[in-house]
Design a protein around this ligand. Structure first.
Ligand code: NAP
Length: 340
């Protein structure tokens, strides 16, 4: 019987996750029962939302139980099938989580055509992060030609797509990212009009210079100091799709900003729209997203970068790095080879 491996949640982190919050377990690879398939994981996607699943505070989604397999989107190969809809060799988008093998009854699996695009893109630019960028920007941000769009975590999976879509819509795109290499990439490779380092002590004044006509759309990925620099520059009728707040995911207590009441006054007087969203809110836009995004990727109008670590054992460290900006592009773990 072949061996399988999984990463389980050993303890709930307080603040930043540590290596001891995870445990790697080996077990006998399971055998599919009636109607089931056995999946072999090729790609595991690591995403910031997983920090939320490690905590048991109030959330839109249930936490991973202690001892449970860490959740995650995966690209897998069907290696044994008792399910009439799937055959050995099919490549599927699934939620097998942080493990080398998983059983499935076939529900929720989506077949991937490996001839259309590299299969890893099904959890990246053509998957959940790409769809988040597309729907949040188009549905809530609604950028118009000539407007200014600002996005942080701009070299990452979501932010990189946001800025490039903003450019396609005729807007000016200003990114914010951690460090010179990421900013150079965002400007030179992705074609943003500008990109600023969020660790620069002069971020607020540099952002003002980079956005001489103010900011019409701020795609919120991080919160914290970046939001504080952006907020005073928001124009009348600005739109703020609130996608993520990665600067706060390790916070141990909720601290309302001291300036919350003056912020609400600005929301009123500038008639801003600030709207939180979860990508699943826009599930009905899936076909539009796939049509537009796959076309833009094919035409080279949307570029993407993958940041790959090797082997399931690398997942905990890669995830801890993701929360601190160690990734440069979409964070993936290559759990197994494309074909065995
Ligand atoms: N609402 C939804 O449905 C949804 C779906 C997917 C993702 N999201 C959110 O979208 C955001 C981006 O996700 P992603 O998958 O594209 O991740 P990502 O950008 O590929 O990786 C996370 C990046 O966040 C940046 N970061 C971390 N701490 C920061 C801080 N204190 N200040 C500024 N930047 C910081 C780091 O980049 P730098 O080195 O540039 O700082 C890091 O590389 C996250 O907040 C995530 O939770 C939301």
């Amino acid at each position: 019987m072949s061996q399988a491996k999984r990463v389980v949640l050993a303890s709930r982190p307080v603040g930043e996750p540590k290596a001891t919050d995870f445990r790697i377990e080996e077990y006998a690879s399971p055998t599919p029962g009636a109607g089931q398939v056995l999946l072999r994981t090729i790609w595991l996607s690591l995403d910031p939302y997983m920090r939320g699943r490690m905590s048991d505070g109030p959330s839109y989604a249930a936490p991973v139980p202690i001892g449970g397999v860490m959740e995650g989107g995966t690209v897998c190969e069907v290696i044994a099938s008792n399910n009439p809809d799937l055959v050995k060799g099919d490549i599927v988008l699934s939620r097998a989580g942080w493990q080398t093998h998983a059983l499935s009854d076939g529900k929720g699996l989506t077949k991937i055509d490996p001839w259309i695009a590299p299969i890893s893109t099904a959890v990246g630019v053509l998957g959940m992060p790409g769809m988040t960028a597309y729907t949040g920007l188009v549905e809530i941000g609604n950028p118009q030609p000539g407007e200014t769009v600002v996005v942080a975590a701009a070299s990452g999976a979501v932010g990189s797509a946001v800025g490039q879509i903003a450019k396609i819509k005729g807007a000016r795109a200003v990114g914010i990212a951690g460090g010179k290499d990421k900013c150079d990439y965002v400007k030179r490779e992705l074609g943003f009009d500008d990109c600023l380092d969020h660790r620069d002590p002069d971020l607020a004044s540099k952002l003002k210079d980079a956005c001489p006509k103010g900011i019409d759309v701020y795609f919120e990925n991080v919160g914290g100091a970046v939001f504080e620099a952006v907020f005073p520059l928001l124009n009348a009728f600005a739109r703020v799709p609130v996608c993520g707040l990665i600067a706060h995911y390790n916070d141990t207590e909720a601290k309302p900003p001291k300036w919350a009441s003056s912020m609400m006054r600005a929301v009123l007087t500038k008639r801003m729209t600030i709207r939180g969203f979860i990508v699943s809110d826009f599930a009905a836009r899936q076909a539009d997203f796939l049509r537009d995004m796959s076309g833009w990727v094919r035409e080279g109008r949307v570029k993407y970068k993958e940041f790959v670590t090797e082997g399931l054992d690398s997942a905990p460290a890669a995830f801890m790095g993701l929360l601190k900006g160690a990734n440069f592009g979409k964070q993936l773990v290559r759990v197994g080879p494309d074909r065995v």
